[in-house]
Ligand binder design. Sequence first.
Ligand code: ZN
Length: 251
Amino acid sequence: MLLQLVSAVTALALAPAAPPNRPADHSHRAPLAGERIAIDPGHNGANGAHPDQINRTVPIGNGQRKACDTVGTQTASGYTESAYNLSVARKLKRALKAKGAKVRLTRKDDDGVGPCISKRAKIGNRFNADAAVSIHADGGPPSGRGFHVIYSTRIQGLTDDIYRPSRKLARALRRSYARRTGIPPSTYAGSNGLDARSDLGGLRLSDVPKVFIETGNMRNAADARLLQRSRFRKRIAKGIFFGLRHFLHRR
Ligand code: ZN
């Protein structure tokens, strides 16, 4: 032990001093370098004022149609889901870019209409995303709280190609989101924080692994209190960030 210590000290003493102003070490890549993430903040701030535009239907595959977009929910004190979704999306984008990922958002402000759900899916597809996540907060029953992650059921010719990786992504997000935020899995939707649905155009039309995350219930007082705090939204973004990172590293 002592001998080891002595030789370590000697080795240290003999080591040449680091040259001054050594250039930064770029030999190891940023942890998410080369990864492409599409982030879709659900709804948009002017949707409510333009029902004609958002109620027109768009194709969502297999001959079915659905409204272009919807208004979204809000907390009892009037904090809108569309503003919340964008806030979380921006924080998530910052975290991902800091680790070298390439990020594409489906909208950049909260003053517009749409884009339609079909366009939102297309943006992720064109970006050739390694993973796509649509960020929402739910308008559930006031007595129910918690989050759930939605992935598409397997639909022949539509989602059969992305079903498995999307389910994997959903599971990774469920785990890290619960851990990082402490928000419980939904008490009123899905099962254990997961829900498989066949009706969401944004998932049906995706050609890249994609999920929706309902990050909490805006109509529930306990969830709303958390979602309304900017500092807590940072934690929410981190919860999503670590789920994405886990998924991307385990593919
Ligand atoms: Zn929503």
